[in-house]
Unconditional design. Structure first.
Length: 64
């Protein structure tokens, strides 16, 4: 379970990448830019969801 501490940060990297790509597409006039911002928002949501899940799991292990 040690790797779960670090995999949550991959979602932040995805969010940064898709936000950057969305801004580039917006400046180019491409019509698909909202898709990139939606994916970035989902990545941020998954970061906080995984973080909360990991904290809950760690708290459960501390009680035992």
């Amino acid at each position: 379970m040690g790797y779960l501490k670090y995999t949550q940060y991959v979602y932040i990297l995805f969010a940064v990448f898709f936000t950057y790509d969305g801004i580039v597409k917006l400046n180019e006039g491409d019509e698909s830019y909202p898709f990139y911002f939606v994916i970035a928002g989902m990545a941020i949501f998954m970061f906080f969801f995984r973080r909360r899940f990991l904290n809950r799991h760690n708290d459960r292990n501390k009680k035992q």
